[in-house]
Design a binder for this molecule. Sequence first.
Ligand code: F6P
Length: 551
Amino acid sequence: MSSATIDACSLPLRSRLCDCASWKALLAHHRAIDPVDLRAAFHAEPGRVARCTTTGAGWTLDWSKQLMQPTTMGLLLELARERQVPERFAAMLAGARLNWTEGRSVLHTALRAPASATIEVDGRNVVPQVYDTLQRMARFATALRTGAWLGATGERIRHVINIGIGGSDLGPAMAYQALQPWRTRELDCRFVSNVDGNDLTAALDGLDPAQTLVIVCSKTFTTQETMENASSARAWLVSRLGEAAVGRHFVAVSTNEAKVRAFGIDPDHMFGFWDWVGGRYSMDSAIGLSTMVAVGPERFGELLAGFHAMDEHARTAPVASNLPVIMGMIGAWNASVLGLPALAVLPYEQLLARFPAYLQQLLMESNGKRVDDHGEPVSWPTCPIVFGEAGTNGQHAFYQMLHQGTTIVPIDFIAFRTAAHPLGRHRLLLNANAIAQAQAFAFGRTGDEVRAEGTPEALVPHRTFPGNRPSSFLWADALTPSSLGALIALYEHSTFVQGIVWGINSFDQWGVELGKSLAIDVIRALDGASPSAAHDASTAELIRALGAQAT
Ligand code: F6P
């Protein structure tokens, strides 16, 4: 990194992870200990669960079933201290340009800061702009919810279509599902992201354009998928209601006013945000407009308050009782020391069915990096493959592999004590499954136990569960707007902790660029259905094969 860039960060360049004394101590510890046997570890330490339980902002994490000795977490926290996690977190909150490869501050926490806070970017307090936008969003959302905002023909809006992709879709879509119990029944929201025309066609199916409002969400307002979907939605509307109707049926969320204007949306109907909000950290900015329309400004405020509660916990709690630090360091241990290549996120809550998909972008776009701040390839594994499914559905799909496969996959269980829609014994059964699965992954079933059940000897190996599959169990009292906000902030900050430890920039995403730029050439070739000499033989053949039908 050049000294000019270091100055821009206003932070000293860190040493490489591999040169840190606490990292070397951690690796030595790993070499010295026998593989952790969770049955033995629980037997040897009656207080293990109490020692390995951390709480913050309404959430409790039981990490006693991680593959750690009693001294392991102390060494991990020493590493967090040596990497200056608390100092870097404070710097992020204060607006330091931690996203140094793009020269940007990282201030999603300002989106949920109190109105009285002062957070400066380039000498200007950004908090008043945040509140100004929130108030404009609230006025618009209320007008839609009450029917004060009418479509071009004077009809009430009954359907909202959010068009966006990545961070401009996953957070709003996830939150819409998660907050179903709080949403108005006066209108519904649909989400369109894929450039595949089937996505938009399905979303528009059965809708009356006179009752439909489209929110085009794009930070850049140049993203190909979003602009294609927005143009087709516009054509659908104009063909039925005429050009003059666009102003009453399209609004935009973006940082790019010129492009919004060029698309034909009045900047008065544009809700802005700022380059210091990364796409995957933007669901609590104006990108959350559909969320606010669905649940109302008051509940949206509770969502933001939940985010802020976790921000405050992360800022003030000592590392040893800091939930994002503990969670982040567990992830670093599993990925980089134990070399476990994946993370399964298993919400035992149907309303969080889209949460694993949301986390895929948050974790993998943030920390899927191969060079560190020094531009050197890292010699330690970074972000794991993140996947998941709502329990109990996953149990009947991929848990077989998790229990008895050859790859050990760490797991985050997520559960709630109570249900938003209590129904008979459903919640009890759901939570019983979550608890029992965590038990099975940790402690398994030995060959002797299987034999003792009278199992024929030939089947014993097949019915044995090795156990020692690490998991954390994260739970809260109830899924509410506030607890959802805190949960998302917890994953945001544990992702940050890992990025700091690994010495990578968690806030850029250069890895998405190459495919995007090559697609421009392929589109040209498909348009003419002929490859150019610049295309390799395989690409050229695919262009020939698919070009004839692609429209
Ligand atoms: O996937 C790349 C990415 O840039 C994400 O970071 C972002 O959330 C998404 O594309 C959408 O970008 P935009 O909001 O600018 O349309």
